[in-house]
Ligand binder design. Structure first.
Ligand code: DHB
Length: 310
């Protein structure tokens, strides 16, 4: 079985979409709902709906993707309404609401709206959007992360986790883990895209997306080693109550298995879901089941986090 538990909540499947992919509106979210995914996360909601950056703003490449979406979203009330309907239709399921404030007061305002709604799922606070011109990625500003989490847990009582950017230095892992361990986080999600990459087209001698002179977040095959390193480093450093969602470079059952082996309790799919569509969850689930059968594992707990060293 590929079921899992996060924050004491049971999910029939450990697989789901990554925020930003197939989650902009009811039509896309319905497709994830009909798929083999265990649940969904909404597009990161802001206080005010946003059109996002000019197009083209996403490109699928042979080895991954580049995007500079700029947080296009329908605003928090839209997603809370949608989730509320799904909660009524499927009372046994729980969903993730992603949110992004542009400052600490907006984070607080978003969380108050959630508290005042009938939302009964998990909040994923996005600390890592790389694509809004002039706005640094919060996750790279350690002091601000500590301030935000202090305020967040003063105003919000439900299960909440943070979506983190990738880190690349052991001292940064140590410092961020020490901050995260001070708070009653339900989970962290590692990783968001590797920010501000550049893909170009040699034939036309042009960049491939319009915003930010072609700079954008990199996903897909390129980022799997970085994602696994982040998942496993935080698995080693975080208190066990803080569980991990593994995201980055997942396009096969083996990739899912590797994230789980590194310590993830759930695994999200972004670039490959965009490319293949929600049927990908059937294939990934079947491939993971085959690997587990071959290895004699009946459940995720048999191997989760049990990566071996040389
Ligand atoms: C966007 C991209 C991200 O990587 C993210 O975390 C949030 C938003 C975006 O451009 O919409």
């Amino acid at each position: 079985s590929t079921e899992t538990t996060l924050a004491g909540i049971h999910f029939d499947n450990c697989l789901m979409n990554a925020a930003g992919v197939y989650c902009y509106d009811a039509d896309e979210l319905n497709q994830i709902q009909k798929s083999a995914a265990g649940t969904f996360v909404t597009k990161s909601a802001t206080v005010v709906p946003r059109a996002g950056n000019p197009e083209p703003r996403y490109l699928s490449t042979p080895w991954g993707s580049i995007n500079s979406m700029g947080l296009p979203n329908k605003g928090l009330p839209y997603y809370l309404d949608y989730v509320s309907q799904q909660q009524t239709l499927f009372p046994e399921k729980r969903y993730f609401q992603s949110i992004t404030g542009f400052n600490i007061d907006e984070d607080e305002a978003l969380l108050k709206q959630i508290t005042d709604s009938d939302f009964n799922g998990l909040v994923e606070l996005n600390l890592s959007c790389p694509n809004v011109p002039g706005k640094p990625q919060t996750g790279y500003d350690f002091e601000t992360v500590e301030q935000i989490l202090t305020r967040v847990f003063e105003v919000y009582e439900g299960p909440l986790g943070v979506k983190l950017p990738p880190y690349f230095d052991i001292v940064h892992f140590d410092q961020m883990a020490a901050i995260l361990n001070q708070f009653p986080l339900a989970f962290i999600n590692s990783v968001n895209s590797i920010g501000n990459g550049l893909t170009i087209d040699a034939a036309t001698e042009r960049v491939s997306i319009k915003p930010k002179h072609g700079f954008g977040g990199i996903g897909g095959d390129y980022i799997k080693p970085t994602a696994l390193a982040n998942v496993h480093t935080f698995y080693q450093r975080l208190k066990p109550e803080i569980q991990i969602i593994g995201t980055g470079g997942v396009k096969s059952g083996q990739d899912v298995f590797e994230h789980l082996l590194c310590g993830a309790s759930m695994v999200q799919v972004g670039t490959a879901l965009h490319k293949e569509g929600p049927q990908i969850f059937d294939r990934l689930t079947a491939e993971l089941q085959t690997i587990m059968q071959q290895k004699g594992y009946n459940k995720i707990a048999d191997f989760k986090g049990k990566l071996k060293y040389l």
